[in-house]
Ligand binder design. Structure first.
Ligand code: E4P
Length: 214
């Protein structure tokens, strides 16, 4: 499974890239609003650091405007994936952009029907938000299972990005289902590698090493 970092923070992205596990990055307007550098400079720096797809989101609402904005974003770097919220205008824009070779990440997906239409319209990625479904007492992971199954049934090439990840178990369950990608916040990425028994084990080995005759 590919791992993307769900962040617009350059330092976090550089740190995770140095671990050798980073396959891409997803940003959104909320994540970008936390940064002090200009949006475009930040995205350009991230694109230069990480060769994997870097998602940057459109905020226009009408198909024609979405297409124009998407072309601008795609012009920032060749590894940009343009995020477009799913909806009728977003589908129209996606079907135009697919013909121009622009990678679309259809975002804010909360149903299998939305994912199916996004794939048929030509989205390269769909991003179902599982944490936000769990937050309203729905089953986010059940949605991932359905979408992965439907895409497999019809050999749809669109990749599933498991988004709105809240904890390491979300990542493992997504991997067990066979989702293509999980986009993971920095804190969850750190938790994936930490284990208290590893820390205790290292401490014990270090203490015992001090007793070894050298
Ligand atoms: C994904 O592309 C989104 O940026 C993100 O996963 C949303 O997560 P949130 O529900 O924690 O805001």
């Amino acid at each position: 499974m590919k791992l993307f970092l769900d962040s617009a923070n350059f330092e976090e992205i550089r740190e995770v890239a140095s671990w050798g596990v980073l396959d891409g990055v997803t940003t959104n307007p909320s994540l970008c609003s936390k940064e002090t550098v200009s949006f475009e400079d930040n995205i350009r720096k991230i694109c230069a650091l990480c060769p994997g797809p870097i998602s940057a989101e459109c905020v226009s609402l009408k198909a024609g405007e979405i297409v124009a904005e998407a072309r601008g974003l795609a012009g920032i770097a060749p590894n940009i994936a343009v995020k477009i919220p799913v909806g009728l205008e977003g589908l129209k824009a996606t079907s135009i952009l697919r013909g121009e070779g622009v990678a679309v990440n259809m975002t804010l997906v909360f149903s299998t029907g939305q994912a199916l239409l996004a794939a048929k319209a030509g989205a390269r990625f769909v991003s179902p938000f599982i944490g936000r479904l769990d937050d309203v007492s729905e089953d986010g992971m059940a949605l991932i299972e359905e979408i992965v199954q439907v895409f497999e049934n019809y050999h749809l090439g669109t990749e599933v990005i498991v988004a709105s990840v809240r904890h390491p178990r979300h990542v493992i369950e997504a991997a067990l289902i066979g989702a293509d990608i999980a986009t993971v916040p920095y804190g969850v990425m750190e938790k994936l590698v930490k284990h208290p028994l590893t820390d205790i084990g290292v401490e014990r080995f270090l203490a015992d090493w001090r007793k070894v005759k050298k």
